[in-house]
Design a protein around this ligand. Structure first.
Ligand code: SAH
Ligand code: SF4
Ligand code: F3S
Length: 432
């Protein structure tokens, strides 16, 4: 029996798919690269923006024929969209050929649901929330030499645009001992980069252990490996955290600090709980401790009621905070969130013009900062081979992708390259 998993959304979901793979392997399935050849196709969905949902809808719909022609093929849909209020029913109405729907709180039940499907017609199992942080699912990791490690699940912030708190439930922190042991064994198994995951890592807490304390413990483990973490909410970003980053060489000097907007009025409407000035104070703190470090961010344009001047404040923030790159999004209304009820929807043409200007503005920073690397030596952690380019690739500590040629497979190795050319966030060079 073979499985094929299709993943949408964030790193959290990528890691969840690794758990799904682990569970299916435990149930006797093997991985299959081609959907047509699989006995079970699992969609791990995302609903953060409308286009993420449309994507999943399109691809699930495209399976109708395959399902008709292949007896015994199972189709399971899980993840954030499945967990969204009313979406499971809509999915089954639109695509009656779906066999199993499961949610974000009961991934570990999937093998049992497959069993149940042998006896029942449709199987839908969505839990409202879950108290425990450990479900026993052993991930089948596919991202070597990087390993994802959850430190928290869920989110309590309720930013007014965001669906995550509704589909991922209340915030829960995993035990610090469990996390440290997981990282220790991953490093012992040869992983060279550990990425700690949470919707808001800065609100991590296990008894006395807060995020800086956890990071301290992880960074004090033996071995040569890098530590990254995401996502850091600016309201909880502390001097202790940045001091810890500065103290440990293992922790990459790259901070992803989503600003969302450069306008204090819009930030307040977003319920982000910081002003532009407070955000810039956090940036200054980071620069003070880590002058050579780099900052990336997430930005939303055309939030309800955003004026032209307020949008321009986001542009000026890109320059003032000097972001190296940014994920930029057009606001997408999500049913059930507060912002979806707000006045002042921005027409699509205006939103499009704004996102274009913002992307240009960010790209200018990226280009300028990458060019500074030409002639320098960087150390990348080789993670893959690009067939099209015929080059190996790996990231340097500050997140840029370095491309180089090598005579033999060096995936999983730290490689020093001299940069000869920069293109956006990609750097090209020769091994030294
Ligand atoms: N927990 C993380 C972000 C998770 S979602 C944090 O708080 O930073 C990733 C990004 O998607 C967000 O930072 C935001 O920029 C964007 N996003 C979330 N909801 C959105 C919406 N309704 N429309 C457009 N972008 C959205
Ligand atoms: Fe969404 Fe805000 Fe939570 Fe991030 S912190 S997941 S943007 S509600
Ligand atoms: Fe991630 Fe999308 Fe869910 S961004 S948390 S998979 S809604």
């Amino acid at each position: 029996m073979k499985y094929h998993i299709v993943t949408y959304g964030c790193q959290m979901n990528v890691h969840e798919s690794e758990k799904i793979a682990g569970l299916l392997r435990g149930a006797g399935y093997e991985e299959e690269g081609a959907a047509e050849e699989a006995d079970i196709i699992v969609f791990n969905t995302c609903c953060i923006r409308e286009n993420a949902e449309n994507h999943a809808f399109g691809n699930i719909g495209a399976l109708k024929k395959l399902k008709k022609n292949k007896r015994g093929l199972l189709i399971a849909v899980g993840g954030c969209m499945a967990q969204e209020e009313g979406k499971a029913a809509l999915l089954l109405r639109k695509f009656p050929f779906i066999d199993i729907v499961f949610g974000t709180h009961n991934v570990a039940e999937l093998p049992a649901l497959i069993e149940r499907k042998r006896r029942e017609k449709k199987v839908v199992s969505l839990l409202p929330d879950r108290a425990e942080t450990e479900d026993g699912a052993q991930p089948f990791r596919t991202s070597y030499p990087n390993a994802w490690v959850n430190i928290t699940y869920g989110c309590n912030n309720f930013c007014t645009y965001c669906i995550v708190p509704y589909v991922r439930g209340r915030e829960k922190s995993r035990s610090a001992d469990v996390i440290v042991e997981e990282v220790r064994s991953l490093v012992a198994a040869g992983y060279k980069e550990i990425t700690l995951l949470g919707q808001n890592v800065n609100s991590y807490r296990d008894g006395e252990t807060d995020f800086p304390a956890l990071l301290e413990r992880v960074a004090s483990l033996d071995g040569k490996f890098r530590i990254r973490f995401m996502t850091s909410h600016p309201k909880d970003f502390s001097e202790r955290l940045v001091a810890c980053m500065a103290r440990h060489e293992k922790i990459c000097d790259l901070l992803h600090l989503p600003a969302q907007s450069g306008s204090s009025r819009i930030l307040s409407r977003m319920n982000r709980r910081y002003t532009r000035e407070q955000y810039l104070e956090k940036v200054a703190l980071f620069r003070k401790y880590i002058p050579e470090g780099e900052l990336t961010t997430d930005l939303i344009v055309a939030f309800p009621g955003e004026t032209e001047e307020e949008f321009e404040e986001t542009l000026s923030l890109v320059k003032e905070a000097d972001f190296s790159s940014a994920f930029t999004f057009v606001y997408s209304p999500r049913t059930g969130t507060k912002a979806a009820e707000m006045e002042g929807r921005i027409p699509a043409e205006i939103a499009k013009a704004r996102i274009t200007r913002l992307i240009d503005c960010v790209n200018e920073n990226t280009r300028r900062k990458s060019e500074r690397y030409v002639g320098q030596v960087i150390e990348v952690l080789c993670e893959d081979y690009d067939e099209k380019k015929g080059l190996y690739l790996g990231r340097e500590p500050l997140g840029r992708m370095g491309y180089f040629s090598a005579p033999c497979n060096c995936v999983g190795e730290f490689v020093r390259i001299r940069v000869s050319r920069a293109n956006g966030i990609s750097l090209f060079g020769e091994r030294v």
